[in-house]
Design a protein around this ligand. Structure first.
Ligand code: MSP
Length: 706
């Protein structure tokens, strides 16, 4: 039988600045769904990408002093890189500019709609919001955009119009006969009342704008960015207008049997998807997606996180700080778990670092991590590192022993039943996109397993050889529960569950386990387990806060950190300058996203004490690839400074070198060594390679730089 098909899309993100936790949220949720659907046996296509045309992008490029093509090519990489760093599973990436296949698709869509009589040229005068790329009012009176609240701009031009009004009845019928088309239900109600209120035709071309897809047959116009962007859901999977790839036929047209097309979007772009998109598809004679789900917003400090407001939290500092502080790859899991567990999907959520770290320590470190470590260590120590025999015959005995004598008997049954029913229960939650509910189900099983181990006290049984079968019986059950929990939670926390999988002695990738094959008793006695290692080491919240904040600041206020390459603040800071802090070329963009970083007064600058120093000695630090330990003579003293420049400079090349040092920074400890200052360096190229600041003349150490 052919595999069922599932095609899932994120919105394509505006390539006007780097992604934040709000944008990562949609992609992470999609990744969880894609992974889950694969474990259910679906052939999954998962699409994300960047939206690169339109007024907003053209202006952002102009602000950055760049050509739009170069600008979006650079911005696109932020997204690609972040999805890679966040471990987003196999997905296709579509971009709308510099993509001939996409151009062909959009022009074909327009042609079809024109041939079908849904497009005509008219004069337009009104107000347009460049941030939301939409017409706000047909009146020329000043008005604010009802989505973002900013003043809409006056436009007056002759445009091509799409006859959206012709689809009003058809849309209402669609909503009526297919109530699943928009989810959750309350969003469907919003859409319905909007359409019932009457639809007006929409302008779908721009005359004064050059940065867009040329209008077929009228190169003075470009195609409206939403027509262009929505078509990426087709071109991203191999649609080329009249020519179509096998994947497009399979995932969109349903050529190989039942298929599902699902768009996951934020609530702010629902109207474009639920009203415009079906009409554009009908006008081109193409089938509609099965459903779209509009999720809420992730707020930060009570405001919607948004690039244009400059109030954003970035995912990288959280992930990297947790990885760095624990010495394990835990940051992605922590972010994913927190976002899915804390926010009820569909509703708005609030992002808080404090809550994230609390969840990490409570649910991941003390919860699953501790359970895994306890169970695996006991198997390692008491069972010669092999999965013990299940001794199922003891189950019979248990049933004949009153629970007051052997309290664990009842718990053992509850645990087994809990595991047996979990795939179905968790699956049900995930099918409903109730991620927090599914995780709650799973963490109840974590608690039950913990309680089982605590009450059975295998460490006491281990001292009495007559209890050997019972010990095996208990540890087998605990390990089996751990296997169930790992497989079922893998879509949300893929990194640690893969490690537990390996430690349980299981070969291959955990994501290849099909849910319908997850059966109680599947763990083979005698399997050799790996050496137990903590999968989620605890973090010190205060330390984590400081580290995350420092990394965030490097992104948000690049101007306040003298050169992102900030060589003196050591390994962390350089590592972050590579990955997070925008390079010089990226500066204007980052400033646009964070207006607070703009100007400082001369008094602010005077607070930074800069002095000339001569490098007296330089050596590598064991275990820290990027760090060098330098002794720098600054005239009246010799300072120890840790600098994250080891990938760019060999220690011997630095001896006698003149450098510039920030001398009044608070000391900082790294790798147990104190760093007392920061060496300035330029950040060069996309990788932010550090190049030390120096002088053409001879300068004595200690001279002030101002
Ligand atoms: N380019 C359009 C989408 C075109 S799809 C054919 C766009 N891009 S966007 O970058 O502004 O937003 C992309 C997605 O990110 C939207 O679904 C939006 O809701 C989501 N989010 C942006 N900020 C968000 C939060 N703070 N919280 C949750 N989601 C957020 O719109």
């Amino acid at each position: 039988m052919s595999q069922p098909k599932f095609y899932l899309t994120t919105p394509i993100y505006y390539a006007n600045s780097r992604p934040h936790v709000g944008s990562a949220y949609t992609t992470i949720v999609c990744d969880v769904i894609a992974r889950y659907k694969r474990t259910c046996g679906y052939d999954v296509a998962f699409l994300t990408g960047t939206d690169e045309h339109g007024e907003k992008i053209a202006r952002a490029a102009a602000d950055a002093g760049m050509q739009p093509g170069d600008f979006v090519a650079r911005e696109r990489e932020h997204f690609r890189r972040l999805w890679r760093e966040l471990g987003i599973s196999e997905c296709r990436f579509v971009h709308t500019s510099q993509n001939p296949d996409h151009v062909k698709s959009v022009q074909w869509m327009i042609e079809q709609a024109r041939k079908a009589g849904y497009i005509e040229k008219r004069k337009y005068e009104g107000r347009y919001c460049i941030y939301d790329e939409r017409y706000v009012s047909d009146s020329t009176e000043p008005i604010n955009c009802d989505i973002c609240g900013r003043p809409a701009e006056l436009v007056s031009e002759e445009n091509y119009f799409f006859k959206l009004s012709a689809f009003q009845d058809k849309l209402l019928e669609l909503y009526h006969t297919n109530p699943q088309f928009v989810q959750p239900e309350f969003r469907m109600n919003e859409v319905k009342s909007f359409v019932e209120g009457g639809l007006r035709d929409i302008s779908i071309s721009r005359r004064r704008l050059k940065w867009g897809i040329p209008w077929p047959g009228d190169p003075e116009h470009v195609v409206y960015v939403w027509y262009d962007a929505l078509t990426s859901y087709l071109s991203g999977i191999g649609f080329r207008g009249a020519e179509r790839s096998k994947d497009f036929e399979k995932f969109w047209m349903g050529a190989e049997g039942p298929n599902e097309v699902v768009h996951l979007i934020g609530k702010d772009i629902l109207r474009f998807h639920a009203v415009y998109w079906p009409a554009f598809l009908w006008a081109a004679g193409l089938p509609l997606p099965k459903t779209m789900f509009a999720h809420g917003w992730i707020y930060y400090e009570k405001d919607k996180m948004s690039k244009s407001k400059g109030n954003v939290v970035y995912p990288e500092p959280i992930v990297k700080a947790l990885d760095e502080l624990t010495g394990a790859k835990v940051g992605n899991d922590a972010l994913r778990y927190y976002l899915l567990r804390e926010t009820v999907f569909g509703q708005d959520g609030n992002f808080s670092r404090d809550a994230l770290l609390t969840r990490y320590n409570a649910d991941l470190a003390n919860g699953l991590g501790n359970l895994a470590n306890r169970v695996l260590t006991m198997i390692y120590d008491y069972c010669g590192g092999q999965i013990p025999n299940h001794h199922d015959e003891l189950r019979e005995t248990q049933e004949h022993i009153s629970e007051s004598k052997v309290p664990e008997a009842g718990l053992a049954r509850a645990l087994e039943e809990g595991c047996r029913e979990r795939p179905q229960r968790v699956g049900h939650s995930l099918d409903q996109l109730d991620f927090s509910g599914g995780l709650l189900e799973l963490w109840n099983l974590v608690s039950l397993s913990d309680q089982f181990v605590t009450q059975c006290k295998p460490w006491v049984m281990a001292k009495d050889t007559s209890k050997r079968p019972l010990l095996d019986h208990v540890l087998y059950r605990a390990a089996e529960a751990l296997r169930f929990i790992s497989v079922l939670s893998h879509p949300v926390i893929p990194d640690a569950t893969q490690r537990v999988w390996g430690q349980l002695g299981q070969a291959g990738r955990i994501e290849n386990v099909r849910l319908d094959q997850l059966k109680w008793g599947g763990l083979k006695p005698g399997t050799k387990i790996g050496k137990p290692e903590a999968v989620y080491p605890r973090v010190d919240k205060k330390q984590a806060f400081e580290r995350i904040e420092a990394m965030e600041n490097e992104i948000r206020h690049p101007a306040s950190v003298p050169s992102a390459a900030a060589a003196g603040q050591g390994e962390g800071s350089l590592a972050t300058s590579h990955s997070f802090a925008p390079s010089r070329a990226e500066g204007p963009l980052a400033t646009a996203a964070a207006p607070a970083a703009a100007k400082i007064t001369i008094e602010d600058f005077a607070k930074v004490e800069l002095r000339v120093g001569i490098v007296k000695s330089a050596e590598r630090i064991q275990g820290a690839d990027k760090l060098l330990k330098l002794l720098v003579d600054i005239g009246d003293e010799v300072r120890q400074v840790l600098a994250g420049i080891a990938l760019a400079y060999a220690p011997e090349d630095l001896l006698g070198r003149t450098v510039v040092l920030v001398t009044n920074l608070a000391p900082r400890k790294m790798r147990g060594l104190e760093s007392n200052g920061m060496i300035l360096a330029a950040s060069v190229g996309p990788e932010g390679k550090p190049v030390l600041c120096t002088f053409a003349e001879d300068i004595p150490p200690g001279a002030k730089v101002k």
